[in-house]
Design a protein around this ligand. Structure first.
Ligand SMILES: *Cc1c(COP(=O)(O)O)cnc(C)c1O
Length: 404
């Protein structure tokens, strides 16, 4: 018998790909589609018997060969059963949560989640769903104490995309599985290249992605996806259909194209991010670097155990003595680090973040202003020079303020 040829680097290139299905061309065509025409009534009836089974094509919103190719490839990379592509990362998140909750339910959400996720969870109060935020460093016992008879779901993001706490997913999922609580993980930061929560310990029930970030990888599309187990897939697919969720032909094509180079891109983001994080950690004016890949980071041991690498996104905590005008002057001075939201593209970015205004009162105590950096593919010497000059402006601003 032949050995399988499916090591990770091979899978990024070939997952879900079947050139024979598309006339031999390497990439699938982009199907811009709404109506699907049937040969006759029998074929129409057969196609509509059970849209969840996704037999033949039905209607553009239910998926096209392009969106299916993206879903199948990502499913294989995450080790899931099936995936649902949606129009954005946030819609993947809201669709998945709505797939689970009913009025009267209680959900546990990590205090470190992406802010719009938090805004959505807060809005669920109007539907009779109570959200309780838990400390991202909570262990299994702490989570067990928070579970109530009506707790339906635990939602986490590891590491948190602003403050980078790593969570003990095997411990959390073990407790939740035993108590009948579903778990959902946002895997946007690590991507399946470095972390596969469906296959970790008891496994989460669904992984959500902002494919806008690393999966697509070029800052040219907004796209989301939910990768499901056999149990969660019917729930999530049905919710997506109820809510009218779908992803555009062009964006799913870009997502699929991004997956093909994900392995090499993530390896480079990791290298660039670690080098920059290490370089900036010792600089004057820098109080801490939030990067689980650094040995001194509080999440480092869990990261080593549960991840195989790190993305290019990390936090830099400045000394609390810096004011907004100093930081603004630094950001305005930078030439290569773009001032902008999102991450995962080829270019380096920087953005000031505010971890305190919406957190539990004691999870970010007395700490300095925070910047979030994304390490792109520019030459490391240029990135360091740009940041070094920016830090110079930051320090000069404080020195002038102290003198005046
Ligand atoms: C950006 C982001 C999202 C939202 O994704 P969109 O595609 O912008 O809707 C969700 N989670 C995390 C961790 C993100 O960084």
């Amino acid at each position: 018998m032949k050995e399988p040829l499916d090591a990770p680097d091979t899978r990024y290139v070939h997952a879900g790909s079947d050139p024979r299905r598309q006339g031999g061309y390497v990439n699938p065509p982009v199907h811009h589609a709404s109506t699907v025409l049937y040969r006759d009534v029998a074929e129409m009836d057969a196609s509509q018997a059970d849209p969840l089974k996704r037999g033949g094509p039905v209607y553009g919103r239910f998926g096209t060969p392009t969106s299916r190719a993206f879903e199948e490839a990502l499913t294989e990379l995450e080790g899931g059963h099936a995936a649902v592509a949606t129009c954005s990362g946030l819609s993947a998140i809201t669709t998945t949560i709505l797939a689970y909750v009913r009025a009267g339910d209680h959900i546990l959400v990590s205090d470190s989640v992406y802010l719009p996720t938090r805004t959505f969870c807060d809005s669920l109060a109007a539907l009779g769903v109570e959200t309780e935020y838990y400390r991202p460093t909570a262990d299994g016992a702490a989570i067990a104490r928070l579970i109530r008879p009506h707790t339906r779901l635990l939602y986490l993001e590891s590491p948190g995309s602003t403050t980078f706490e790593v969570q003990d997913i095997p411990a959390l999922t073990a407790v939740c599985r035993a108590r009948g609580v579903a778990t959902v993980a946002d895997n946007t930061w690590a991507t399946p290249v470095f972390h596969r929560p469906l296959a970790l310990g008891a496994g989460v029930d669904a992984v959500v992605h902002s494919a806008t970030k690393y999966l697509t990888g070029h800052a040219d599309s907004i796209l989301g996806a939910v990768v499901c187990t056999e149990e969660s897939y019917p729930l999530v697919r049905a919710a997506a259909m109820r809510l009218g969720q779908c992803a555009s032909a062009d964006d799913t094509y870009l997502g699929l194209r991004g997956l093909r180079t994900l392995g090499v891109r993530m390896a480079r983001h990791q290298e660039q991010g670690l080098e920059l994080a290490d370089w900036i950690a010792g600089r004057e004016g820098v109080a801490a670097v939030l990067h689980p890949g650094l040995p001194g980071d509080p999440g480092h041991a869990l990261w080593r155990r549960d991840f195989t690498g790190a993305a290019g996104l990390f936090g830099v905590e400045l000394d609390p003595s810096f004011g907004k005008p100093d930081i603004d002057a630094m950001l305005d001075h930078l030439r290569l680090f773009g001032l902008g939201h999102s991450y995962g593209g080829y270019e380096s970015l920087i953005v000031p973040t505010d971890p305190v205004s919406r957190r539990l009162p004691d999870t970010w105590p007395g700490r300095g202003p925070l910047l979030r950096l994304h390490a792109g593919f520019e030459a490391m010497s240029d990135l360091k020079r740009d940041l070094g000059e920016g830090l110079g402006v930051l320090l000069a601003g404080r020195a002038a303020a102290l003198k005046g």
